[in-house]
Design a protein around this ligand. Structure first.
Ligand code: PEP
Ligand code: MN
Length: 262
């Protein structure tokens, strides 16, 4: 992962979309696939407003075992349908090495979530698969620990790794997590890997998402991953942090002012 061995910025190809390089990549979608209609509705909305990758969870690593756990394979099939209907490549979270072949079949990029950043068997499995990987920072991981996790994936021969800053746990409860924007310039110095920022999980509150998203792009992020829902009050997960589609549209327009977008 070190710039020492690879001085130029890496570019990670996800279908026709390049992450890293001159243009900002907008990744959007609901926290979870809840139904075919929900996923397709949101996908068409976010694509209209400038998203180029669709992200939604089918396997959800919830804090409580009694919360919605995701639609699993049914959700992956819906994601493949979203790709066919919109042309957007799809990203989803993998929570166990057992899911690797399902991911191979249905999606274009896999996300390793914050809770699994140091699940080393999972990292090795996604490393062996060759699919692009979006590696989120652990809830309380240092930047070096995070980069070591990226190293686990690359050591298995998969160079297609994108880092995702999603906030870290601090003493402050009013922001769900604290978005570590300073990680962006630190990473840009240490590693050639692209960096995406997730202001949704970082803040947990809809109103705080756009300002932190704009700040992330100003600080040098290569992309944003934003949760969007057309009916957040009835979302099965992360409704309070999900932007309404029109708010996502406004955010996209604000981003165009700051940096060139794919
Ligand atoms: C998610 O992206 O929906 C998610 C669960 O995020 P994190 O792993 O960052 O908490
Ligand atoms: Mn979520």
């Amino acid at each position: 992962v070190s710039r020492q061995w690879h001085p130029h910025d890496s570019r990670v190809q996800v279908g026709p979309i390049t992450i890293g390089g001159e243009r900002i990549v907008l990744v959007a979608g609901p926290c979870a696939v809840e139904s075919r209609e929900q996923a397709l509705t949101i996908a068409h909305e976010v694509r209209r407003y400038g998203a180029v990758l669709f992200r939604a969870g089918a396997f959800k690593p919830r804090t409580s075992p009694y919360s919605f756990q995701g639609m699993e394979e049914e959700g992956l099939k819906i994601l493949a349908e979203v790709r066919a209907a919109t042309g957007m490549p799809v990203v989803t979270e993998i929570t166990s090495p057992d899911q690797a072949s399902l991911m191979e079949t249905y999606v274009d990029m896999v996300q390793v979530g914050a809770r699994n950043m140091q699940n080393f068997e999972l990292l090795k499995a996604v490393g062996r698969s060759g699919k692009p990987v979006l590696l989120k920072r652990g809830l309380a991981a240092t930047i070096e620990e995070w980069l070591m996790s990226a190293e686990y994936i690359m050591a298995e021969g998969n160079d297609n790794v994108v880092l995702c800053e999603r906030g870290i746990r601090t003493f402050e409860p009013l922001t769900r997590n604290t978005l570590d924007l300073s990680a962006i310039p630190v990473l840009k110095n240490l590693t050639h890997l692209p960096v995406v920022v997730d202001p949704s999980h970082a803040t947990g509150i809809r109103a705080k998402v756009p300002p932190m998203a704009r700040a992330a792009v100003a600080a040098g992020a290569d992309g944003l991953m934003v949760e969007v829902h057309h009916d957040p009050d009835n979302a099965l997960s992360d409704g309070p942090q999900s932007l309404y589609p029109q708010q996502f549209g406004q955010l996209a327009r604000d981003i165009y002012v700051i940096a060139p977008v794919v």
